[in-house]
Design a protein around this ligand. Sequence first.
Ligand code: CP
Ligand code: NVA
Length: 316
Amino acid sequence: MTSNATLPLPELSIDNLLCTSALSTEDIHNVFQTANVLKAGRDQHTAVLRNKRLAMIFEKDSLRTRFTFDIGMQDLGGSVVFMDHRDARLGSRESVKDMARNLERWVDCIVARTFKHKVLNELAANADIPIINGLSDFVHPCQALADFMTLGEKWGDLRGRTITYVGDGNNTCHSLIYTAAKLGTHIRACSPEGYEPNARVVNEAMRVAQQTGAEISILNDPAAAADGTDAIYTDVWASMGQEDEIEERNGVFASYQVDSTMMARAKPDALFMHCLPAHRGWEVTQDVMDGPQSIVYDIAENRLHVQKALLALLIR
Ligand code: CP
Ligand code: NVA
């Protein structure tokens, strides 16, 4: 194999990745297929994005998203400019529209991590280059793609399996619901009352699920949600931007901690998942995080491969 092996690049039905709800089931499988080829030959596709440039604008901290997009772009022969926007939200110095219209003259793609999802829509509406959502208050699409790519590696067929998400009905939960619906994977989302996922997301996913055979349940009882499931997923109780609610949330979510008792309710070979960063001792115990059922670092690894696939498929 040469160091610049040809990478099959199937057409996607989307120009931007703002939310997995916009992807078809076939698109998702095409992303996985491309990611698998890139993973199998990490150093064999070094010219796919030669002379292509990526801008990354982050309003929030990041380890995984920032590193994997940067390293992924370099793996494919492209370059990256990172703009740290933690001290000033996008649109504060100049309009989002003007930022988009400048950036599209210089780079071939933008990855943005924002507080407000509508900022991503605005970037996409005003830039004639792909916009990729690196996490917003609403969804975390790259995460869900890496989650399901990893489950595909573990399980083979994703259809008919059940994932239980326990915790805040947040961005991570929304993307899991949207993506599970597309892939025919059953999902139970279990949150305290008042912290359930957005009803619009659930209704939209339920409509998709009618076609794919996925079952979507919204629950409040963690024991019932964990019962006989194939995987248990959790995320932080207070997301970035909710730091002033931490104390209150730690109380509300206390009985939603994923511990060995909860894992024992699931199937014996059930997997433990977390998007990370994890707060050990809060939403998950140390023993579950580090235990044999945990696949958290496999998922983190696949962020790299799935995002390389997205970059290769979206930048043309
Ligand atoms: N899971 C995830 O997106 O991690 P970062 O916040 O570190 O990017
Ligand atoms: N729900 C978390 C995910 C971090 C990857 C947050 O938004 O902070």
